[in-house]
Design a protein around this ligand. Structure first.
Ligand SMILES: Cc1cc2nc3c(=O)[nH]c(=O)nc-3n(C[C@H](O)[C@H](O)[C@H](O)COP(=O)(O)OP(=O)(O)OC[C@H]3O[C@@H](n4cnc5c(N)ncnc54)[C@H](O)[C@@H]3O)c2cc1C
Length: 387
């Protein structure tokens, strides 16, 4: 493809086939071992580079694939239906890249996007702090101007890709006394260096293998040239501007978990016999399978509807929140129902459904909890009704 070309339907299908093959041949076979051992899948990272996943949504002029949100969501569903965790390696990275592409200066785009697209630089986003998750305006990490630099002090937590990556999109207060609070917030492109200290990988219920760590900044110096967009005080809106795409992506991860759970439960129900027939022949199991299948399909449609609006540059905050809320709850629901269909074997690590069950809930928490999503949906509904 040439530099600015749109993906044809044929090219997209060829890419989806390549992803399917990779998932079957490389992701599935290692998923359960790596999850149980909490081992980082370094081998997948090299393959992700070859597939172009680190540049999936980055513009072609910067060496990325320039995929639409809709095509990218399909890829995320495919990978997550086998193992959700490795998606975090390129998804958080792409949220960082998307912020630079949307809000960065020309110099920042030229400097970072080509190296992010190849995976030479890998990263994530550092918003959450021990005392502030949903309420991001309560963060305490401060960057103070000092000559041509900023000096950063504070702590972030749960930061995905912080150990194995080398650059983070860092949300700080440049004016801690500003009122309203968001006016004092800024984003920086923060490369590892002196004073950028990453703690041990946190032990987690699910989403294992992937590095989620505390990161402490102790007099960490950042060049002023790394202030995203070059102007202080825009960090909160720059973060919020990436939420729609982020939510579509998390919805896709939830949908993948739902679809993978359904597939496993269906296969198991055809194989497992009770009272003289496969359990798929019992109506109680059929009702579960039917409900799961409806939730998977409905999730896909909500994701597609939000992604299409996003790709058409239309407002999609309501649709992205609906997709995020519904598809991630579908992930929890389907993993839960699949556990029941597997009966006692659901508790065996010989079967992968226990991993889906442990991974599913995280999707309801990240990228804005589902409580917050419903508040956004209601606010939009009421606001639009009054317009
Ligand atoms: C494995 C993992 C990986 C993560 N990766 C990253 C990462 O890479 N980068 C990053 O920055 N963060 C990351 N996070 C953090 C994640 O984004 C936060 O956990 C999430 O935003 C929720 O914040 P919190 O945990 O502080 O919960 P809180 O904000 O304390 O919320 C606790 C509860 O209160 C509810 N609540 C809060 N405010 C309201 C309100 N106004 N109305 C109704 N209910 C409300 C919430 O819905 C929730 O049920 C990760 C978390 C985990 C577990």
């Amino acid at each position: 493809m040439t530099e600015q070309e749109q993906w044809s339907a044929e090219d997209e299908l060829a890419l989806f086939d390549a992803i399917d093959r990779w998932v079957d041949e490389a992701v599935k076979p290692i998923a359960q071992h790596h999850d149980q051992a909490d081992e980082y899948p370094h081998e997948l990272v090299e393959q992700m580079k070859e597939l172009g996943l680190f540049g999936a949504t980055i513009g072609q002029q910067y060496g990325g694939l320039g995929l639409s949100a809709s095509a990218y969501a399909k890829i995320v569903i495919k990978v997550s239906s086998a193992w959700m965790a490795p998606v975090g390696i390129f998804n958080s990275h792409l949220i960082l890249a998307s912020a630079i592409e949307r809000c960065g200066t020309d110099e920042q785009k030229e400097k970072y996007l080509p190296r992010l697209a190849t995976g030479e630089l890998r990263g994530g986003i550092a918003l959450t702090e021990p005392n502030a998750g949903s309420d991001l305006q309560a963060i305490r990490t401060v960057a103070r101007k000092d000559g041509d630099d900023y000096v950063v002090n504070g702590s972030k937590t749960w930061i995905t890709n912080s150990l194995n990556g080398n650059v983070l999109l860092l949300l700080v207060k440049t004016d801690p006394d500003a009122e309203p609070r968001h006016k004092g917030m800024s984003l920086f492109i923060a490369e590892k260096g002196d004073g950028f200290n990453v703690g041990k990988k946190l032990k987690k219920l699910g989403y294992r293998s992937i590095d989620s760590c505390e990161v402490n900044f102790d007099d960490y110096r950042l060049p002023a040239a790394n202030l995203l967009g070059g102007v202080e005080g825009r960090g909160f809106y720059q973060t919020a501007g990436g939420l729609e795409l982020g939510r579509i992506n998390v919805a896709a991860r939830g949908c993948g978990i739902a679809e993978g759970s359904l597939k496993m439960a269906l296969e198991y129900s055809l194989d497992r016999k009770a009272f003289g027939k496969p359990i798929s022949g019992h109506q109680a199991i059929q009702l579960k399978l039917a409900e799961m299948a409806c939730q998977v399909e409905a999730s896909k449609l909500l994701i597609e509807s939000a992604a299409k609006k996003y790709d058409a540059n239309e407002r999609c905050d309501l649709e992205a929140s609906m997709a995020k809320y519904f598809a991630t709850e579908a992930g929890v629901f389907c993993a839960n129902e699949a556990m029941r269909i597997f009966g006692g074997y659901s508790y065996s690590v010989e079967y992968e459904i226990e991993r889906f069950y442990r991974d599913a809930m995280l999707m309801c928490i990240g990228e804005g909890t589902n409580e917050i999503q419903r508040l956004i949906i209601a606010k939009q509904l009421i606001g639009r009704h009054q317009e």
